[in-house]
Design a protein around this ligand. Sequence first.
Ligand code: GLY
Length: 588
Amino acid sequence: MSTINYTSWVTSVLTLLYRSFLFLACLSISYSASAQAPAIIDYGSRFHPVVSDRGMVVSQSLLASQIGASILSQGGNAIDAAVATGFALAVTLPQAGNIGGGGFMLVYLAEQQRTIAIDYREIAPRSADKNLFLDELGEVNEAKARFSHAAAGVPGSVAGLVHALESYGNLPLATVLKPAIALAENGITVTQPLAYSLAHAEQRLRKWPASEGYFFRKDGSMLRPGDHWQQHDLAVTLGKIAKQGRDGFYKGSVADKIVAEMNQHGGLISLEDLANYQVIERKPVTGTYRGYTVSAMPPPSSGGVHLVQMLNILEGWELNKLGHNSADYLHRLIETMRRAYADRSEYLGDPDFHPVPVARLIDKDYAQVLREGINLNKASLSSEIAPGLKAPYESPQTTHFSVWDDTGNVVSNTYTLNFSYGSGISISGAGFLLNNEMDDFSAKPGAPNAYGLIGGVANAIEPGKRPLSSMTPTIVFQQGRPVFTTGSPGGSTIINTVLQTVLNIVDFEMNIAEAAAAPRIHHQWQPDKVFVEPGLNSDTQGLLSAKGHKIVPSTRVIGRTQTISSDGSHTYGANDTRWPGGGAVAQP
Ligand code: GLY
């Protein structure tokens, strides 16, 4: 018995010692784990960004992001990677990635601590005039403004991407174009999202034999997921750009093909228009928000001006105390959006043709006046906010990509064909689609368009003028260091999408993936409606209705952001899950 008791006592002591050892070992593991590898993401979050200790590329096409990231690995900087991504998107995301459209690029150069806004927006051909889209009765011919050869502005994408590379990149043009040329020549596998978007544009594309040849199977049926799809003519055009730079597009055989197409179908773009296309470097619009500095696109995009203006108004309230997407918070947001978009309709246009009062619009005192006019309990009526001209319609089809390299250079780029697949018209023999950006001008001041919206005099068509845009590539800084960059497609919803992304990150301390996933709202003064995404609490919607807001479920998602942030040692990428084909890709 005593032997048994002794054995039992020894066993108990040994068990206790063993457990203590395990406990101490666990403590030491968790201590050394946290000492050596502190958590860089919050595992309690529902959405997570992709993390890298090097560079990052985020775009709406996984393939294009992979190409950008591989350019970073080859020693390219953020600008090289952005240009490679931009050309790759022209192959893999034909609904918005493009060489036949235009856009805006924000470049932050870490070494110089300088941000440059590159404007490569399309311009109105020299023979365009303000009555271009009016019929003999003086009414707007909507088909002509959106789906004809005359709807095309002089494309700026090739000039813009080449300009960025030659000014701020490290690698030769042929190197950054090589992957896009290979994708076009060797072909890509049609993804589900690509097949989906092609099916939605079927009618528009079938109308034009060249587009039917490029965007359908050889037997004329729809491309399906899993199909192998080659774009030989596009590969040849990209090859000419690789060899000759911008002249490979704006002069020679590609330019001849564009002009032949115009001459055959009543389009306006001439060889002279193409040869004279100019990229413009502009000073970004800059504002401050709760200690952060926000740098965004100046006119002819309205994005930067109204992003800063809205942040100025909202800075006067402690938004985080109201609760994210609460009725009190959204009421302030809606009233702010209403006022900014009202100003947009009256003051914004191409600054080289029409003076835009940027300084006044982004003035903090002006924001205070607007804020003080907001009744916190009751919705305003848009008709009482500003009786002036109303905002022009813009299509939601555009695309954004963001790039961050491991030396801290940042690129935030938004470009577009305007509508999905632009006008649907391809340049025969050259393999690319034409934009229908002339529809972003106001065809007739005072006349409602298909969406009941009206355009302003500042944005009337004039030869050589750039149409007003909402594209909002944005970089946000803290103590002089870039901390995140974002942007979105979505036409007139872009500015509000970027605004809500900034607020989610700054005021509500969300990580960039959570900031992207949160449901968004949109109000653009006219129509006087609040568009809401699925996921916004119905009780909140009821409270907003009770304040007098007209709540409308949005028929489309509101924006699709591509965001990158950095804490100085890691980059974090988040592709908005609203478009499933995209990807945040870490530099390998
Ligand atoms: N085409 C849309 C925009 O420029 O905002």
